[in-house]
Structure formats: structure tokens, C-alpha cells
Write a protein of this length. Structure first.
Length: 505
């Protein structure tokens, strides 16, 4: 074949050269029409985009680092149909990087069965947008579900080595601890508090409130008045509580496995900051989940010196009580405040659940639509409640939104994921890889806590990227464990063969 007849093929180098030739003049033109500061930001942004496109793993690490920022990193208000944030931007860059590398380097795209099942649930939820009467929140929830699918695909196809597992988790913990420390400061200084409308609290926050980590809540104003709560960088104390709780098993993992004293000190500080932030959310569901997660960790292999840890934990908890505000300690530690008679939020939850069952009976097959928060207030028009609300129970809410057709996919996803998590944990235990086994134990503690928290909140409707990060890493480690079995089997067979050869006839 002659040179003129050869087919031109794009290579990564030629594609990068062409991109630079096109983007360079455009950047200069844009910088000349804006300020030097904006030009510098654009240049830094182009540099980050280039790095993430070149390395999908860098996109995963950067996304994990900015996951706890949530509201701080958002470019739009919560009420908008499609919200943009730093986290989603990096996630999309990672997905684009994965697609580019897949096309240019011919990498095989792996789609595990749990991801397929969850994608089917997301698809069914998207189909319900055709009849829902809460289209805005339906689109918001659909984009969240699609984002979860893409995030999982990115992680399972990028994390190809056990050494790649810890850096995203470590950066996630570091950012969470920094935000937690700042939230404690704002709580005790009472500065920059978000004050919501008592009668019209939609739960949405604006970009003007992005650096406010404490709010005044009037959900139980008739019984205890205004309540100060930490919401961190999220839009709700309940969301912030579970986000922080999910980090605690990993702090315990580093405390259990590291030999470096500075990492142990950092892990202890992370545990203390996280637990104290959960208390300051002033949310009974979060406090109950904190106790549940702590009990699970104590009963697992994550905790080594159990008596010492138990004594230290009890001593720390008792010592912290005198420093809590009186209203906070009364609300959390008085048993009668947890009863339906004394707790307006608990009482209204019972009403939500019973009414949701009636709504499901009227819409059994495909439910009322994904993200629908209009139907419940419509049925309870005579009850004082926000203009939009959910069932505050993940199991009921999922059934209510997607009906009998969609519910099995979500349930199947959770069941299969837990089975794979447990089997992977046992596989690394059989390989005597204690560090990886304990890492998976930490993931399992968070998974169980999510299932417990789902009884009180529609938790999987939250933007819990920490949870989805751990799910993706679980699937990556499950894939590694599948490769261990053939190696072990071959080694065993070779041993039997040699042993048979030396034996006398």
C-alpha cells in the first residue's frame, strides 16, 4: 500500500497537539477580554481539565477530595432543576477521561451486575417523569441517580490496583475533618447562622449561604422552640449527619492498621470531630445511627482492644455532656423527648408513613414518580408541614416513587452488593490480607448503618458520594478477589502434582 493510500489514525499525541492548537488561541482571546484573575483561573482550570483527561484516576482522587464540599462547591441554588457543582464537574471530567481512554487505548469497559441493576432502577425512575406532578424534583433526583451510575462506572474501571484504593478515601476523610472542625467553630461562636422561614422551610439553600454551617430550625417550635443545628457543607442536618457517620469506620480502620503515630493521632481527632459534629446536628435519627455504627464497629474486628476503647469512649461521652447547651442535652438525652408525645418530628413521621401506605395503594405499579414531594403534603393539607416533603423512610419512599416495578431493582442492588461485600471480605481473610479485609469491614459497617438510617430517612435519595465511593471500591476489590482464586487453585494443584511425583509407587 502506498503512503497516499494509508488510513490516518488518531494517536493520543496528535489529538493533544490538535487540541492545544485550537484551545491556545481561544484562551488568549478570552484572557484579553477579561481580568488577569479570571484569566489565571481559566488557565488553572484548563490545566486541571488536561490532567484529568489524561489520568482518569486523578479525576477519581480529586472528586473524592471535593465530595464533602457539597454546598460550598455548588455553582447554583438547590432549587434549580439541574444543579452544577465542583463535585459534579470533576465527576463528568472523569467520565469523559474514561471515555477518551477507552476509545484511544481500547480499554475494556467493565459493567458489574450491581451497576446494571441500579441503572435499571434509575431508568425506571426516569420513565416516571412522564406522569409525575413534581417534575422539577423528579429531574433533580434522576440526575442524582444517573450521576451515581456514572460515578460507579468510573471507579470500577479506573481502580485496577489495591494501591489505588486508599488515596481517595484518605482525601475524603481529610476534607470532611476540616469542614467538621470549622462547623464546631461556627457552632460555638454563633456566627453566620442560617435562619429559615418557620412556615416555609423547603430545605433548599442558596449560594449566598454556602459558607454557613449552622442553622436555626423551627420544626418543633411548639414544644421546644427554635433549635440550633449543624448542617456542615450540606443542605440539611440529617444529610450532614449520615455523611459524617460514614467516615467513622474508616478513621477506625486507619487507627487499627497504621504503625505511624501521626496517622493514629489524626484518626483519633477525626473520630472525635466526626462524633461531636453528629451530636451537634441535634437530629435524633443521626444520633441513633451514630450509636448503631459505634456498636457495629465495636463488635467487629475493627476494634482491637475492646475494653480500653469502650472505657475511653464512655469517658469521652460523659465528659462532653457538661459542655453541651442545655437545650441540646435535654433534647438528645432525655428519654421522654424521644416519644411521639414529646417529639413533633417523630409524631409527624408516623403520620407520613401511614399516609404513604395509602398513597401506594392508589398507585401500586409505577408509584407517584421519582422524587415526588408534592403528593404527601396534598394528602395532609390540614396538617402543618412544609410545602414539599418525603416519607422520611427509604424503604417506603422508594416503593412509593417507583412502585412494584421499580422497587425490586433497588432491593436487588442492595442485597447483591452486600453479598459481594461480604464474600470479598472473606476472600481476603482467607488470603491472610488483614489490611484489605479490615478495609472491607469498614465499608460493611457503613453499609449496615445506611440500612439502619434508611428506617428514619430517605437516605439513598441524598447525594451520598462517600457511600457510592465505598460501593465502587468494593466492586473493584471484588474483581481483584476473583483473580486470587485461580492463582490459589493453580498453586495448590502444582503442590499436589510435585508431592505425587516424589512419592514411591
Amino acid at each position: 500500500m502506498s503512503t497516499a493510500q494509508r488510513t490516518w489514525r488518531w494517536s493520543p499525541n496528535s489529538l493533544g497537539l490538535l487540541t492545544g492548537l485550537l484551545a491556545g488561541p481561544l484562551y488568549v482571546a478570552a484572557a484579553l477580554r477579561t481580568s488577569p484573575l479570571i484569566g489565571g483561573v481559566l488557565l488553572a482550570g484548563c490545566f486541571v481539565v488536561g490532567l484529568t483527561i489524561y489520568s482518569p484516576y486523578l479525576a477519581v482522587v480529586l472528586t473524592a477530595a471535593v465530595v464533602p464540599l457539597e454546598r460550598i462547591g455548588r455553582f447554583s441554588n438547590d432549587s434549580q432543576m439541574i444543579t452544577f457543582s465542583l463535585m459534579r464537574t470533576l465527576g463528568l471530567l472523569g467520565t469523559a477521561s474514561l471515555a477518551v481512554n477507552w476509545c484511544l487505548k481500547r480499554h475494556r469497559l467493565w459493567i458489574p451486575m450491581p451497576v446494571i441493576i441500579y441503572a435499571c432502577y434509575a431508568l425506571i425512575g426516569a420513565l416516571t417523569l412522564s406522569f409525575t406532578d413534581d417534575f422539577t424534583r423528579g429531574v433533580q433526583q434522576t440526575t442524582t441517580n444517573v450521576g451515581n451510575v456514572l460515578f460507579l462506572l468510573l471507579i470500577v474501571n479506573v481502580v485496577r490496583d489495591k494501591k489505588m484504593v486508599l488515596p481517595p478515601i484518605a482525601l475524603w476523610l481529610l476534607t470532611t475533618a476540616a469542614i467538621g472542625a470549622y462547623s464546631i467553630y461556627e457552632w460555638h461562636t454563633s456566627s453566620n447562622i442560617v435562619r429559615v422561614d418557620r412556615y416555609d422551610n423547603s430545605g433548599y439553600r442558596t449560594t449566598d449561604e454556602r459558607f454557613s454551617t449552622v442553622m436555626e430550625d423551627y420544626g418543633e417550635f411548639e414544644t421546644i422552640g427554635a433549635v440550633k443545628r449543624v448542617l456542615g457543607s450540606t443542605s440539611s442536618p440529617a444529610v450532614y449527619g449520615i455523611n459524617v457517620i460514614l467516615t467513622l469506620p474508616f478513621y477506625m480502620y486507619f487507627l487499627r492498621t497504621t504503625r505511624r503515630n501521626w496517622i493514629r493521632v489524626a484518626a483519633i481527632l477525626g473520630l472525635g470531630i466526626g462524633a461531636y459534629n453528629v451530636i451537634l446536628t441535634n437530629t435524633r435519627a443521626a444520633v441513633a445511627a451514630l450509636v448503631f455504627c459505634g456498636a457495629c464497629m465495636f463488635l467487629s474486628r475493627l476494634v482491637k482492644f475492646k475494653r480500653l476503647v469502650l472505657a475511653t469512649g464512655v469517658l469521652a461521652a460523659v465528659s462532653a455532656i457538661p459542655f453541651l447547651p442545655q437545650a441540646l442535652s435535654d433534647r438528645l438525652f432525655k428519654l421522654d423527648s424521644w416519644s411521639a408525645q414529646k417529639s413533633a418530628t417523630l409524631n409527624i413521621r408516623l403520620v407520613y408513613w401511614s399516609t404513604s401506605v395509602d398513597i401506594f395503594a392508589d398507585n401500586p405499579w409505577l408509584g407517584i414518580g421519582i422524587g415526588n414531594q408534592n403528593e404527601l403534603p396534598r394528602r395532609l393539607s390540614n396538617t402543618h408541614m412544609p410545602a414539599n416533603t418525603s416519607a422520611h423512610n427509604e424503604y417506603i419512599e422508594t416503593l412509593l416513587e417507583t412502585g412494584i416495578i421499580g422497587y425490586p431493582f433497588m432491593a436487588g442492588f442492595l442485597i447483591i452488593m452486600f453479598r459481594r461485600l461480604r464474600s470479598t471480605e472473606l476472600a481476603f481473610r482467607s488470603e491472610k490480607d488483614e489490611d484489605t479485609e479490615l478495609f472491607l469491614t469498614a465499608i460493611r459497617m457503613g453499609f449496615l448503618t445506611i440500612l439502619f438510617y434508611a428506617l428514619q430517612c430517605d437516605v439513598l435519595h441524598f447525594t451520598l458520594k462517600g457511600f457510592w465511593l465505598s460501593v465502587g471500591l468494593t466492586l473493584a476489590l471484588w474483581n481483584f478477589s476473583r483473580e486470587l482464586a485461580p492463582v490459589t487453585s493453580r498453586a495448590s494443584n502444582r503442590g499436589h502434582h510435585i508431592e505425587g511425583a516424589v512419592q514411591p509407587a
